[in-house]
Design a protein around this ligand. Sequence first.
Ligand code: URA
Ligand code: SF4
Length: 202
Amino acid sequence: APGAEQWVPHDGGMRKVRESLPDCRGCELWENAEHVVPGEGPVRARMMLIGETPGDQEDKEGHVFVGPAGHLLDKALVEAGIDRTQVYLTNAVKHFRYERQGKRRIHKTPSAGQITACHPWLTRELEIVKPALVVVMGSVAAKALLGASFRVTQQRGQRLELPGRQTAVATVHPSSVLRSNDFRRDFEQFVSDLRTAVDLLG
Ligand code: URA
Ligand code: SF4
């Protein structure tokens, strides 16, 4: 796969990005998806949150974090005092990756090649929004932005710096909190990382 670069517009801002995304053939994931899922939120947001890949419901609707992980994220944002309408929310990979099991579509973690292929879109979003703070949610986003050796479990909740110099904090992905067998603890830790992000913004 060629990677997304040739489909990414370098002029025209976020509107052009949204118009161009559906044409992307940077990896094979577009073939079996219903929608590409662009980032959402104010282009002047000071905080950008980056997830993994759209889920089943996001793929059907074409919007970020509208499924179960999104509901959990909504609750955590409220607890942390973050207004969802004021942040820019996006994913490291813009098309849903899944495996069919009968009638069900089961989420699959994007491969390293797919994460790399989709990266030019994320780079462009970062260039346009220029967030003061980036929240990296889960290991796929961490791979995309912090490298393969980054360990979310060990380095979550700390002030980090991305290669592009933005301040960042890593945390788990909201869907991992959903699957947790110690939900209360893991939800509180997730909220605590989001509060750290708010503190870092100042
Ligand atoms: N998980 C993500 O990482 N992003 C979404 O949009 C939905 C679920
Ligand atoms: Fe392009 Fe990313 Fe979709 Fe692959 S997942 S086709 S690189 S937008």
